[in-house]
Design a protein around this ligand. Structure first.
Ligand SMILES: NC(=O)c1ccc[n+]([C@@H]2O[C@H](COP(=O)([O-])OP(=O)(O)OC[C@H]3O[C@@H](n4cnc5c(N)ncnc54)[C@H](OP(=O)(O)O)[C@@H]3O)[C@@H](O)[C@H]2O)c1
Length: 263
């Protein structure tokens, strides 16, 4: 039995990943800020799986400095060996970067802390452990936004480009080992992410056929188990990423802007 640590398990993709990993007989460590949600999920999972697995919930704001190390230490205190790390927690902010007031820049900085810094720190902490035992899996959640710039969500898209590039690089560095490292790149998915500040009116969520978080989680589990290291759930998302490779950067940036504009 493996133990899977999932950040951002209180809603959306993380919530559904927790359910899929539980159905497949894995122990879970579920992390997020909303403890009530995690408790509800734990109860649901234990009932469905006849309490055959262990579920530990940890309430943690991963946007705070030191949160990664605190989380790592808390897990150690429970004497649990993590086998799979899923860096899923992430936030988006919708709005033109050029119009952000300096007084509001802390919101942008929280995004950078959660989407980048925490991913890097948790990857480092667990990669070191995994290298020692030459065993372990890391799945970092990026996005199809990793593949092009995103005006109106500039920091978010750039954060996902970072996660994608970073994860690819680390995988190559430890290619000699047994450690499995992958990136999940979902396209628009129906989750609470849609309700990020100002996001609800963006053309992307209003017009595109979006996937369910459950479907994304099922595909992710299946593909990661098979050993795929770049997972893009859904044919339309795969096509989008493929076409983006051939379009001039300027064109794809303009298209991305149109997708983020208000409907
Ligand atoms: N939905 C999409 O269209 C889409 C597309 C591509 C990629 N993604 C990526 O998929 C991942 C999951 O997002 P989602 O769509 O499932 O969104 P979601 O429903 O909003 O879930 C985000 C999760 O992250 C957690 N989280 C947010 N801030 C946190 C913090 N400071 N500390 C700890 N946990 C925090 C939330 O829990 P609490 O609020 O309880 O802390 C929640 O469990 C993100 O990395 C996102 O960028 C989403």
């Amino acid at each position: 039995m493996k133990t899977v640590l999932i950040t951002g398990a209180s809603s959306g993709i993380g919530y559904e990943l927790a359910k899929v990993y539980a159905e497949n007989n894995n122990n879970l460590i579920l992390v997020a800020r909303r403890k009530d949600r995690l408790e509800k999920l734990k109860k649901e999972i234990l009932e469905k799986n006849n309490s055959k697995i262990n579920v530990l919930i940890l309430e943690k704001d991963l946007g705070k400095a030191n949160a990664s190390f605190e989380l790592y230490q808390e897990v150690k205190k429970h004497n649990i060996d993590v086998d799979v790390l899923i860096n899923n927690a992430g936030i988006g902010i919708h709005g033109e970067f050029s119009k952000i007031l300096w007084a509001d820049m802390y919101k942008n900085n929280s995004l950078i802390n959660l989407n980048i810094r925490t991913v890097v720190e948790l990857t480092k902490l667990y990669l070191d452990d995994f290298l020692q035992k030459n065993k372990g899996e890391i799945l970092n959640v990026a996005s199809i936004a990793s593949f092009f710039p995103g005006p109106i969500m500039a920091t978010y898209y750039a954060s996902k480009a970072f996660v994608f590039s970073f994860t690819e690089a680390i995988r190559e560095e430890v290619a000699y080992s047994n450690i499995k490292i992958g990136t999940l790149c979902p396209g628009p998915t129906a989750t609470e992410f849609e309700k990020s500040p100002n996001m609800e009116k963006s053309t992307m969520f209003a017009k595109l056929k979006i996937m369910t978080a459950k479907k994304v989680a099922q595909i992710t589990y299946r593909d990661f188990e098979k050993g795929k290291n770049i997972i893009i759930p859904g044919t339309l998302n795969k096509i989008t990423v493929f076409i983006a490779r051939f379009l001039p950067r300027k064109t794809i940036t303009k298209i991305a802007k149109r997708m983020q504009e208000k409907k």
